[in-house]
Every structure is written in structure tokens, then in C-alpha cells.
Design a binder for this molecule. Structure first.
Ligand SMILES: Nc1ncnc2c1ncn2[C@@H]1O[C@H](COP(=O)(O)OP(=O)(O)O)[C@@H](O)[C@H]1O
Ligand SMILES: [Mg+2]
Length: 339
């Protein structure tokens, strides 16, 4: 199970919460959103988004966490005016995505799942022309491109073409370009998919820094670690529905468990689950691909009892970890988040 990486810098302080009675400043409002795609051939229609409600506060880093096919990209597609909704409402900074998509686009930055850099332009030109599209003067655009290269530690690669950049650098350049026109909300769709661990951490730092620039971030991910480390709040999405939405720590608290014990077994655990459930300190027992996953509380006292009981079933290994958002996902859906 992946654990926190020791090399990571401490994260930027999270957004200070406004007093309870102060009305919340939502920069993104999603209400009863539905998107149905026609099924291919004679297949039934696909309900990619099945009635989603979401509010994202200004200054938050908000995560949509879910497995492949959950509806994350479609949700971002509607919020960024690329996908026309079947029904429901989405407002970005008070502007309806259906009524005024052009105005919405002025206030958002988007990094899609795929590299959309202009391959015939250098790193600097990618930034410069983006600024010009957003009506900056030549001088202003030049200055902004320089400033962004520096901010994203790409100054030395100003003359490189996208194909000459590493995956991590290209992704940093995409993020730099997406905020060049100073949007109020930045949408990042699976920003670290396919990046090596070091580039992933570098990108996490950049995303955290968005707070200092007053940019709200909405990111999608299927990496529970990313959602946990980076996001102020996380909505877990599956089959086009939001299952839960809260701060990562609160989501984990709902499990009522302190530890996840994974018992790797050689034999089918028929009957064992029932036995374990009766032990004090055991919160729940679920089947996993190669044994049983047991949620426990009350310290280590229960572990020897679990091992004793499981020994008769060909126990080959035991792993012990803290609950993660993956544990939350499994407890909600009975499935694992990872493909
Ligand atoms: N353009 C499309 N046409 C038909 N079906 C689509 C289209 N885009 C997405 N889907 C389907 O909608 C569902 C949600 O997809 P998507 O939003 O891409 O999920 P995610 O980003 O969470 O992986 C999937 O079943 C996918 O196959
Ligand atoms: Mg996607």
C-alpha cells in the first residue's frame, strides 16, 4: 500500500474557514446535473452523470475522486462548457454554463487529461500566445510568459518544444498556461496520471501554491493519496453519483476504525469472516482479492486474535495500515478504487 513520501515539503496551510454564520462564497455550483450519452448502436443510453449536486467554495482545493468511468471527466466537461448537460444547472462564478459559455471560459483555466500544448510552438510561445488569445497586449503577454516560466521552474526550457520536455515539465507547462489569464477556477482532470512519483509530488506542490494565487482548484483523480494529501474537500463519485463529500479526515472518521488489517489467505475464508466479526475491536470484515480486509479499533490487542483465527486458513501474510480514502470507497461500494 503506498504511503506518504518522506521527501515531500510540508503542505501550504489550508484555507481558513469563515465563521459559521457567514454565507459561503461558492465559486462553482452544480445542481441536479445529469448527462446522458446515446449508447453505441442499439445499446442502452449511458447515464454518465446521474444527478450531481456540488458546491465549491472560493479558495478551496476540491477533489472529485472515483474510479475510471465514474463520470469525472464528463462533470468537468460540463463545468468547462465542453459538454452540454442533459439537465440541471452549473454556475461558475455566478455565470450559467449553458446561457453564457463564452463568459464562463474567461474565468476558468482547464488542463485536460491529454496534452494539448501546441507542438509547433516553444514553451514560451505556448504561454505568450495563450495570453494574446485572452487579449493581453504584446508587452503584457511577454511579461506574463516570462513570469510563468519562472514560477513553474521552466525558465531554462523556454525555447524547448513540447516534445522535448519530460512528462512532468509538459504538465507544469500546461498548468502554467491554464492560469496565464488569471482565472478564478482551475479545473485539472487527472493532473498526475502517467507521471513518475517525483513529478507527481512536484505538481502537488504547484497545485497547493494555487491557494496563494487566490485560484480555486477543482481536480479529478483516481489516486486516493492525491485526493487525501491535496484536497480541502473530496467528493467520492461512482456511476455518475456523488456518494459522500467532506474533508478527507472526516470521511475517514466515518469508518469508525483506526486500523485496516489485511489477512492474505491461501484457502477460501468461508466461515472465517463471521468468526472475526464477533471479536471485540473488529468493526467490519470484507473479502478482498486474496483474503480478508478487517477494520479494527482499540489498538493492537485484536491483531493476535485475528492472526490466530486466520492461521487455520493458510495465512500467508498480514499487512496493517491506517484507513485511507480507498478504505472509504471500498466500504461504500464493496469495490477497490484502483483498476
Ligand atoms: N462522448 C461520450 N460518448 C459516449 N459515452 C461517453 C462519452 N464520454 C464518456 N462516456 C461514458 O460516460 C461514462 C463516464 O465517463 P467519464 O466521465 O469519462 O468518466 P471518468 O472521467 O470518471 O473516467 C463512461 O461510461 C464513459 O464510457
Ligand atoms: Mg476521466
Amino acid at each position: 500500500m503506498p504511503t506518504r513520501t518522506a521527501t515531500r515539503k510540508p503542505r501550504a496551510p489550508r484555507k481558513a474557514k469563515p465563521p459559521k454564520d457567514e454565507p459561503k462564497d461558492y465559486v462553482l455550483r452544480v445542481e441536479r446535473l445529469v448527462k446522458v450519452y446515446p449508447g453505441p448502436g442499439n445499446s442502452p443510453d449511458i447515464r454518465a452523470i446521474d444527478g450531481i449536486d456540488l458546491n465549491v467554495e472560493r479558495g478551496e482545493i476540491f477533489g472529485l475522486l472515483g474510479p475510471n468511468g465514474a463520470g469525472k471527466t464528463t462533470t468537468v466537461g460540463v463545468c468547462t462548457t465542453r459538454v452540454y448537460p442533459t439537465s440541471g444547472h452549473v454556475q461558475v462564478d455566478g455565470v450559467d454554463v449553458r446561457k453564457d459559455p463564452a463568459r464562463v471560459k474567461l474565468g476558468i483555466g482547464v488542463v485536460t487529461q491529454f496534452n494539448t500544448l501546441d507542438r509547433l510552438c516553444t514553451a514560451w510561445e505556448n504561454l505568450y500566445f495563450h495570453c494574446r488569445y485572452f487579449e493581453m497586449s504584446h508587452r503584457e503577454a511577454k511579461q506574463r510568459a516570462d513570469e510563468l516560466l519562472q514560477q513553474f521552474r521552466l525558465s531554462e526550457r523556454r525555447k524547448s518544444f513540447p516534445d522535448e520536455l519530460s512528462g512532468g515539465m509538459a504538465q507544469r507547462l500546461q498548468v502554467a498556461r491554464s492560469i496565464a489569464h488569471r482565472p478564478s477556477v482551475l479545473f485539472l482532470d487527472e493532473p498526475t496520471a502517467g507521471l513518475d512519483p517525483q513529478s507527481r509530488i512536484a505538481l502537488w506542490e504547484i497545485v497547493s501554491e494555487m491557494r496563494e494565487h487566490g485560484i480555486t482548484v477543482v481536480l479529478t483523480t483516481h489516486y486516493m493519496e492525491e485526493a487525501d494529501q491535496l484536497c480541502d474537500r473530496v467528493a467520492i463519485i461512482d456511476h455518475g453519483k456523488i456518494l459522500v463529500c467532506d474533508q478527507p479526515a472526516n470521511l475517514k472518521k466515518t469508518l469508525g476504525a483506526e486500523t485496516v488489517v489485511h489477512l492474505h489467505l491461501e484457502k477460501p475464508p468461508d466461515g472465517l469472516a463471521g468468526k472475526l466479526k464477533r471479536l471485540s475491536g473488529v468493526v467490519s470484515v470484507d473479502a478482498s482479492s486474496d483474503g480478508l480486509r478487517v477494520l479494527t479499533k482499540g489498538g493492537g490487542i485484536v491483531l493476535p486474535k485475528l492472526v490466530n483465527a486466520a492461521n487455520k486458513y493458510g495465512l500467508t501474510d498480514v499487512s496493517v495500515a491506517e484507513p485511507t480514502l480507498e478504505t472509504v470507497f471500498i466500504s461504500l461500494t464493496g469495490r477497490e478504487l484502483r483498476e
